[in-house]
Design a protein around this ligand. Structure first.
Ligand code: PXG
Length: 466
């Protein structure tokens, strides 16, 4: 098959897929036995698969298709750019118009003095850039010992060796190890780990782990702290209100660089252009990707503040970069995506229309017998499934067993709502309308009802001891 042939029967596509396509984060043998779902096309918040199902994409692809599928303006810009200049690099004292224009636009949108953009092809690459950038910063400042980066358990920063090491996902560390000079502290996940504390006290306590870790390592050894304003892949963990102000205070106190990983929270997801604005964070560096191009092209980057850019820039050549840093087609498409977001008021739509409408309906799901809490910020939400709400109990079954069963019902009901362990998560395209939110909620409730029945019938509605 050397052309894209969508007329092949599903079973044949699945067979070829199983034979030759090695999927990310997938049990290869398990998928081969079952067959992958084949997605053919998208329009707005809707996907169509090879069996003709019309699926509401409650995850915006992988948290990225912020302006929705099928925007022809982006295809037109890509075609035009490919004809004019499909590729040129930004090494060797060279530049091109799409990279210039996109960097300037990002600097205009980013808060404060985040004025300098180092481009990458993805969020993982951008975080690898950040590791080298903050270590180089301290070298140029004459403190080369300052190289450890502190991150959080259950954070996600990508799956390259650098990004995977910054992330706090033990199964990723287990496959191939970690790079050196990374340390982890606890996450601000009150529902799962807060015990008898109030969310505010717990948030403060978790933030203070940063100070304890800095003192343990020695402040003169610590380069930076990195965190997602809201943990996405970790299960949409919205931190208590006390958390980020305390993290900021500690970073300021010890002069530690603060990196906000905005790969998911950037470009409107939380109802502001950046999650840092929603949570009052003032980072030195932001990691961006995903919503930058609404996923229409692979592009990411690091937005760097004046001081860090000046220091690193004063140290001679910075030995870092990617063939596709500032790729002209990706940059042109990202620029058009941002133009649409601004012209159509997509961030305002999230803040003034979609979030208020969804917030009310999402919160109402907490009435469901299987649901402990239903949280939402902007258009990223999570539901904690539990056998006992009052105790915030976990299930006795292996973590994720129940979540997987509910996700299977979502798939059967043509809703993409993911599970992370026993949490259900959503992150729909930012352009979702109130009528589409009604469909999302209706399908989510139906899936929870069906899942609840299955879980009861299978004897899984049992709390873990302790
Ligand atoms: N940082 C954050 C906060 C992310 O969410 C990355 C970095 C890495 O970006 P790239 O473009 O290299 O993938 C991400 C990516 C999931 C899932 O299962 C989440 C991501 C990627 C793949 C799966 O929720 N986030």
């Amino acid at each position: 098959m050397n052309m894209i042939n969508t007329n092949l029967p599903t079973a044949e596509l699945q067979k070829l897929d199983a034979a030759h396509h090695f999927h990310p984060f997938t049990d290869k043998a398990g998928l081969a036995a079952k067959g992958a779902r084949v997605i053919l096309r998208g329009e707005g918040v809707w996907l169509t698969d090879s069996e003709g199902h019309r699926i509401l994409d409650g995850m915006a692809g992988l948290w990225c298709v912020n302006i929705g599928y099928g925007r022809k303006e982006l295809a037109a810009v890509a075609a035009r750019q490919m004809e004019e200049l499909p590729y040129y690099n930004t090494f060797f004292q060279t530049t091109h118009v799409p990279a210039i224009a996109l960097a300037a636009k990002i600097a205009e949108l980013a808060p404060g003095d985040l004025n300098h953009v180092f481009f990458a092809g993805s969020g993982s690459e951008a975080n690898d850039t950040n590791i080298r950038l903050v270590r180089r910063y301290w070298q140029v400042k004459g403190q080369p010992e300052r190289r450890t980066i502190i991150a959080r358990w259950n954070g996600y920063h990508g799956s390259t060796m650098g990004g995977g090491s910054l992330g706090g996902m033990k199964p990723i560390h287990a496959h191939g190890g970690m790079i050196d000079g990374i340390a982890h502290i606890g996450q601000p996940h009150w529902w799962a780990e807060g015990g008898d504390m109030t969310p505010e006290d717990f948030g403060l306590m978790r933030a203070q782990e940063l100070e304890a870790k800095i003192l343990e390592l020695g402040a003169d050894k610590v380069a930076a702290f990195i965190g997602e304003p809201v943990q996405g892949a970790g299960g949409v963990v919205i931190p208590p209100s006390t958390y980020w102000p305390e993290i900021q205070r500690i970073c300021n106190k010890y002069g530690i660089l603060l990196i906000a990983d905005e790969v998911i929270t950037g470009f409107g997801r939380t109802g502001n252009w950046f999650g840092s604005q929603t949570f009052g964070i003032k980072p030195h560096i932001m990691t961006i990707a995903k919503g930058l191009s609404s996923g229409y092209q692979p592009i990411g980057g690091s937005i760097v503040c004046d001081e860090v850019a000046e220091v690193v820039g004063s140290g001679g050549e910075f030995f870092h970069g990617y063939t596709y840093s500032g790729h002209p087609v990706a940059a042109a498409v990202a620029l058009e995506n941002l133009r649409i977001m601004q012209d159509e008021g997509v961030v305002e739509h999230v803040r003034d229309v979609a979030n208020p409408y969804l917030a009310e309906r999402w919160a109402a799901l907490a009435d469901h017998p299987l649901v402990g809490e239903a949280k939402l910020v902007g258009l990223m939400g999570s539901i904690a499934l539990t056998p006992d709400k009052a105790k915030r109990a976990q299930f006795a079954s292996e973590e994720g067993t129940v979540g997987f069963k509910v996700r299977e019902r979502c798939f059967a009901n043509d809703l993409i709502m993911r599970h992370v362990g026993d949490r259900m998560i959503i992150s729909p395209p930012l352009v979702i309308t109130p009528a589409e939110i009604d469909v999302l909620i209706e399908r989510a409730r139906k899936s929870l009802d069906e899942g609840y029945k299955i879980i009861k019938d299978e004897g899984l509605l049992v709390a873990k001891a302790g």
